[in-house]
Write a protein that binds this ligand. Structure first.
Ligand code: DON
Length: 307
């Protein structure tokens, strides 16, 4: 692979679009981020890392955390996870409540807010709200070899202060008996997992196990079974970008997960993990420039899972 040519190609493709899209403005700490930032890291199974731009800069991982909590829940509860959350795409926004009533408090999938709150509720039930977040952070520290990864307390507090919609989702599910803990305990953990700050380098490194059958190819830790790894990738492909998941699969063809902080995590099975960050979002909350960079990467490498 001629990485020099590939990174030059990506840079040329994104340059005209840098700064486009709309920065998440639902909390001040996210609205303040400079929309012209762009970073990318591609980590391969042998540990080789290719980087572009602000790949060292930590950003708010937001909904990308949902992939890691799902992997923790599948490890702990196995198939029982699917008794409380489905695995179908929604065609709706990430924070939509409309399907929950018809579907009796069982969220469509673990990557929308309602589904991720249920997954976090399961993890809180298995330990407690603070230990659950500590376990997530410990995972990040272990996998990326960097124990400075932490929570942006300002973002966590603002998430909670502005979290009426997530509270509504959680209480609605509680009314159907689909919350095991007091709603505020599950939400406390959920708001904190969304407020984790990581760089593209750290994020791609931490997700490498998803490209290698659930086993981190560098430290050899098996984080999820081979079957669950395949399933997590399937859910990312079908649900990772909410009502934009079809378009993302069409353009990029890799399992991925977006976050409103402007990050996108993508898994190229057998090749590596990619994290890209640029804060301007499209209407579904996916980074505009990030998606262009990934499109270019896939064109150049042939890494799409569709050949
Ligand atoms: O719960 C929320 O709404 C935010 N903390 C996360 C939303 C998010 O990242 C949606 N992804 N594109």
């Amino acid at each position: 692979m001629d990485w020099q040519a590939i990174t030059a190609r990506i840079e040329a493709a994104v340059t005209p679009y840098i700064g486009t899209g709309k920065v998440a403005d639902y909390i001040p700490a996210l609205a303040r981020v400079d929309p012209a930032r762009f970073g990318m890291a591609i980590v391969q199974g042998n540990g080789e890392m290719i980087t572009l731009g602000d790949s060292h800069e930590p950003f708010s991982i937001q909904s990308i955390s949902k992939v890691f909590t799902l992997s923790m829940a599948l490890r702990h509860y196995g198939e029982d996870v699917w008794n409380r959350v489905g695995r179908e795409p929604t065609g709706s926004a990430f924070n939509s409540i409309v399907q929950l009533e018809n579907e009796k408090g069982i969220p469509r999938n673990p990557l929308i807010n309602a589904g991720a709150i249920v997954v976090t509720d399961m993890l809180v039930a298995a330990s407690n709200r603070d230990a659950m977040v500590q376990e997530l952070l410990a995972r990040f520290h272990r996998l990326s070899g960097d124990d400075t990864i932490g929570i942006d307390e300002e973002v966590a507090e603002s998430e909670s202060a502005t979290g009426s919609r997530n509270r509504a989702l959680a209480h609605f599910m509680a009314a159907f008996g689909n919350m095991a803990n007091p709603v505020e305990d599950a939400l406390h953990a959920y708001f904190r997992q969304c407020a984790v700050r990581m760089s593209c380098r750290q994020l791609a490194r931490a997700a490498l196990f998803l490209a290698y059958d659930g086993c981190d190819p560098i430290n050899r830790e098996q984080l999820v079974t081979r079957e669950n790894c395949r399933r997590i990738n399937a859910v990312m492909m079908t649900c990772g970008h909410y009502d934009n998941s079809g378009d993302f699969a069409y353009r990029i063809g890799l399992p991925g997960k977006s976050g409103v902080g402007g990050g996108i995590l993508c898994i190229a099975p057998g090749h590596g993990a990619i994290a890209v960050w640029s804060p301007g979002l499209n209407a579904s909350g996916t980074s505009m420039v990030g998606a262009i960079a990934l499109e270019e990467l896939v064109e150049a490498t042939g890494w799409s899972v569709f050949g």
